[in-house]
Write a protein that binds this ligand. Structure first.
Ligand SMILES: *Cc1c(COP(=O)(O)O)cnc(C)c1O
Length: 389
């Protein structure tokens, strides 16, 4: 079935009595009771049999895992407590001291921090690439202990899109496990497993759940053997999804394709209007022809996504004033929810950095990030205009 249908018809098991509740039941139980010792022991063997204990599996969580596997075109999935739970869990499960990771330079801050920690304290070597040229991976992966390639479909806040088809094919040829963070694209705009990725990770906190009311994460596997190898280690780590969080995420998924359409349309409209405003010196959105990833975005994405960033001529002061003056958009750090959010890294997440350090991190002092929601575009633009004025 096509994606809209797969999103609406989330995986839902029949009730034992033979009827189906239309909404997936929330099974808020930490453990499950048995009458036979053998049956209980047998249920502990893997992730797909009877339920035993919440960290090893839960019916609501399993419905989410099977729904996400269906949306991404994977063999199976593991749900986590957060996006970082998924990223840390998969990297810890795959890597040993002395292994090499090849990672895109422009990555989510939390992923950067995990890789830096793995390098400093666990002897994992991390090599950075731009993501624009598969030859960089071929050069970096000559090292025999190269295990994992880490990419993001759409990088934040630059909107850079790596050469996914080229890099994923090269990783496959080299026997390197590829991991793609697809949080910003969602399976509506890109399905990296179809392009050759081994693992897709999500912060389901963002577009998948979509309503800024839950934290969650997931890893979806192209090959079930890899999922079964990773699963026992994620049970040990304990960053498992809570049933209610899984239920809220399942509540959001049926409207994901509709929401993504509005996020993309509103972001494209605002990007165009911002580019014509005299207070704005640059707009970064991959659906714009002047964006460095424009050609790649048109090739691998079904839309430009809801995240954009722009630079204000007035620098640090102007960025700070803007995020404090918006009235419809809210000043908050997350993204991917139905409401429009803005942030200004130079006066929030990156306020300790001076102008030189900001430039080195690729963040302009006047750079504003906007997660464009699904409000009316006219209201959003009126809000942006009054804040810029
Ligand atoms: C938010 C985010 C994460 C982390 O997810 P949490 O759910 O906050 O742990 C990872 N990757 C990307 C691209 C994100 O935007």
């Amino acid at each position: 079935m096509e994606l809209n249908t797969r999103a609406v018809h989330v995986v839902n098991e029949p009730f034992p009595e033979g009827s189906w509740p239309l909404s997936v039941p929330l099974v808020q139980s930490s453990a499950f009771a048995f009458e036979s010792a053998d049956e209980l022991a047998g249920a502990m063997a893997g992730p797909d049999g009877q339920y035993v204990y919440g960290r090893r599996g839960n019916p609501t969580v399993r419905a989410l895992e099977r729904t996400l596997a269906g949306l991404e075109g994977g063999a199976g999935a593991i749900a986590f407590a957060s996006g970082m739970g998924a990223i840390s869990g998969v990297l810890l499960a795959l890597l040993r001291p002395g292994d090499r990771v090849v990672a895109q330079r422009c990555l989510y801050g939390g992923t950067h921090a995990v890789l830096a920690d793995l390098a400093e304290r666990y002897g994992v070597e991390v090599v950075r690439i731009s993501g624009d040229d598969p030859a960089e991976l071929m050069a970096a992966a000559v090292h025999p202990a190269t295990r994992v390639l880490v990419l993001e479909t759409i990088a934040n806040p630059t909107g850079r899109v790596p050469d996914l088809p080229g890099l994923l094919a090269a990783a496959r040829a080299l026997g390197v496990t590829s991991l793609v963070d697809n949080s910003l694209a969602s399976p509506v705009l890109c399905r990296p497993l179809e392009l050759g990725a081994d693992i897709v990770v999500h912060s389901t906190t963002k577009y998948l759940s979509g309503h800024s009311d839950v934290l969650g994460g997931a890893a979806v596997f192209a090959d079930d053997e890899l999922r079964l190898r990773v699963w026992p280690r994620t049970v040990e780590l304990g960053a498992c999804a809570d049933p209610f969080a899984a239920w809220l995420t399942l509540r959001g998924i049926p409207t994901l394709p509709l929401r993504m359409r509005e996020h993309c349309a509103n972001a494209a409209t605002l990007a165009e209007l911002l580019a014509g405003h005299r207070a704005v010196t640059a707009v970064h959105h991959p659906w714009r022809p002047d964006h460095p990833s424009y050609a790649m975005a048109r090739k691998v994405l079904a839309g430009g996504g809801g995240l954009l960033s722009f630079e204000l001529a007035g620098g640090r002061e102007a960025g700070r004033a803007f995020i404090e003056r918006v009235r419809v958009a809210r000043l908050a750090l997350s993204l991917g929810g139905v409401e429009t959010l803005v942030t200004h890294p130079a006066s929030t997440s990156h306020r300790e950095l001076d102008e030189g350090e900001l430039a080195a991190a690729g963040i302009g002092a006047g750079l504003v990030r906007m997660s464009v929601g699904i409000e009316d575009a006219g209201d959003l633009w009126a809000d942006v205009e009054q804040a810029l004025a």
